[in-house]
Structure formats: structure tokens, C-alpha cells
Design a protein around this ligand. Structure first.
Ligand code: 5RP
Length: 223
């Protein structure tokens, strides 16, 4: 890394810490997955006595939360969450995201859907004009992988099965390269209709309401 390059781990720690301000005292917090969220969980550990617990989006986050002594609550045992904190692989200026780089997109979308407010935390490199440079993750039922892949080829994409990955739900991940996602909501709705798709890593319907971006100049807040 050059001397001028931003220290990405430091930027993730910065936004992980900043997200604490969005956690209402006494609430159950929705918690995402990934290295940026790990920084948030570590910050949350210091505030664990002021929250009631967390609904987690992956086994990995559940283990980290429990490791800090934070109670993990089943998603079926809450009606709503005031806030969901999660990272992103890409985010645009309207809060639409690509997620699923960590293969947790399905549970992330379930927890996001429970939440009244989605706070995205990311380092500044994740902000893009048009989604799609990051390969789009799609969780599929294994039996449907080849057919869903053919549908993406018909759209001009280049799907690749993520080798050796089985999701927390027993699904497989297709990473689709080469899509320029100019209408995230429309593409999300279309892909959601394909048989065998468990979920697509476009978060347009469940877009972020707030984004805390870590930059060399500090936390930049997008609303
Ligand atoms: C996991 C995700 C993550 O939020 C996304 O991959 C970002 O991860 P990181 O914070 O490690 O950059 O969607 O499925």
C-alpha cells in the first residue's frame, strides 16, 4: 500500500463506530454481515448494556455478537426493528446497493425488510454512479443454477458459480459480471420472478435510508 492510500480497515472502523449514533437505546438492532459490520459489532459491544439484543443476518455475525455477550434474537420473534446496520459492495447516490459479496444476501434482505431504517456503512470506494462493476451475487437453489445462469447470459451478463460456497440456507451463489444496472428496482423485480432464485443482491426495494461513508476526511453522511 502506498503512503497516500487510505487505510481501508481504519475507514471501516470509523463508520462502524459512527453507526452507534443510529442505535436507539433499548432497541433490538438489525445487524448485517461483513468486515465493516464486524467493526460495528465490536463498537456495539461497548454499548451492549443499552440495547435489548440483535437480530443477525448470518451465522458469522451471530457468533461474533454472542462472543461479545450480545443476545441474538430470532427474526421470527420481532415484529419490526427500528434500525438495520449493514455494509455494501456498491452503493449509488439514491441508496440502491449491490450486496452479497459475503454470500449472506438472503438473510440480509430478510432483516432489512423488518427494519424501519437501513443505515449502510462502507468505505468511500463503494460509492458508484451506476451499479454493476462489482459482480452481482444471486443466491439460487442448486437445481436451478444452470437455467438461471442462461437467463443472465440472455441479458448480456457473464455468470460464474462461486466455487465451494454453500450459503447459510443451503443455496449456491452465482456472481454475474458485466451488468450495467441502470434501473436497479426494475432488474431486482425481474430477477425475483425467475424460478429457483432465492434472492438477488440488488437492494433497491430495501435500499439504504442513510449511508455513512468512510473517507480520508472523515465520515461523509448521505441521506
Ligand atoms: C455480505 C455483504 C456485505 O455487506 C458486503 O459484502 C460488504 O462487505 P465488507 O464490509 O466486508 O466490504 O453483503 O453478504
Amino acid at each position: 500500500m502506498s503512503a497516500a492510500a487510505p487505510d481501508v480497515a481504519r475507514l471501516k472502523a470509523l463508520v462502524g463506530e459512527a453507526a452507534l449514533a443510529y442505535v436507539p437505546p433499548g432497541s433490538v438492532v438489525g445487524v448485517g454481515t461483513g468486515s465493516t459490520v464486524n467493526a460495528f459489532i465490536d463498537a456495539l459491544a461497548r454499548a451492549k448494556h443499552v440495547i435489548a439484543g440483535a437480530v443477525s443476518s448470518s451465522q458469522a455475525s451471530s457468533e461474533r455478537l454472542r462472543g461479545h455477550g450480545i443476545p441474538v434474537i430470532d427474526a421470527n420473534d420481532v415484529e419490526t426493528l427500528q434500525v438495520y446496520i449493514d455494509g455494501a459492495d456498491e452503493i449509488d447516490a439514491s441508496g440502491c446497493m449491490i450486496k452479497g459479496g459475503g454470500a449472506a444476501l438472503t438473510r440480509e434482505k430478510i432483516v432489512a425488510d423488518l427494519a424501519q431504517r437501513f443505515v449502510c456503512i462502507a468505505d468511500g470506494s463503494k460509492l458508484v454512479d451506476v451499479l454493476g462493476r462489482f459482480p452481482l451475487p444471486v443466491e439460487v437453489i442448486p437445481m436451478a443454477a444452470a437455467q438461471v445462469a442462461r437467463r443472465f447470459v440472455a441479458l448480456g451478463g457473464r455468470p460464474a458459480l462461486r466455487a465451494g460456497v454453500v450459503t447459510d440456507n443451503g443455496g449456491q451463489i452465482l456472481d454475474v459480471h458485466g451488468l450495467a444496472i441502470t434501473d436497479p428496482a426494475a432488474l431486482e423485480a425481474e430477477i425475483n420472478q425467475w424460478p429457483g432464485v432465492v434472492s438477488v443482491g440488488i437492494f433497491a426495494r430495501n435500499r439504504a435510508n442513510v449511508c455513512l461513508l468512510g473517507t480520508a476526511a472523515g465520515v461523509r453522511t448521505l441521506t
